[in-house]
Write a protein that binds this ligand. Structure first.
Ligand code: THU
Length: 133
């Protein structure tokens, strides 16, 4: 699975985005070390706080099916499904990634074109909180 294929899957996931309140459509494709890909979209709620980001949807689907080790995630996001600009994961999603992924976990931010931005988790969440002495 190459990067552009993973980004394409994130765009497919974004088609299921439930975002009537923000119209901000997000899709994520999470590649586990097993080779399986787990898709997620953002799912909003009238009460706002129960909403869930696309990245966490993908992680929670994967972990709930037994996956614990991950290679990479591709993310696309934008208003009304317009992915002109790379959409970085929010702080809460970065923290969830840090629970299961090492600093070299790859984060690809796709766009409408073949251009994408690439980061590691260590770059996006340095000095992260862990429950270790
Ligand atoms: N959103 C995500 O799905 N992932 C992020 O990392 C940032 C924000 C969603 C939440 C909400 O449904 C919409 O984007 C606007 O904030």
């Amino acid at each position: 699975m190459n990067v552009l294929e993973l980004i394409e899957q994130a765009k497919e996931a974004a088609k299921y985005s439930y975002s009537p309140y923000s119209s901000f459509t997000v899709g994520a494709a999470l590649l586990a070390k097993s080779g399986e890909v787990y898709l997620g979209c953002n799912i909003e709620n009238a009460a706002f706080s129960p909403s869930c980001c696309a990245e966490r949807t993908a992680f929670f689907k994967a972990v709930s099916e037994g996956e614990r080790e991950f290679e990479a995630i591709a993310i696309v996001g934008g208003k009304d499904g317009n992915f002109e600009i790379p959409c970085p994961p929010c702080g809460v999603c970065r923290q969830v990634m840090s629970e299961f992924c090492s600093f070299d976990f790859k984060i690809y931010l796709g766009t409408d074109t073949d251009e994408y931005a690439q980061y590691s988790l260590g770059e996006l969440l340095p000095a992260s909180f862990v429950l270790e002495e």
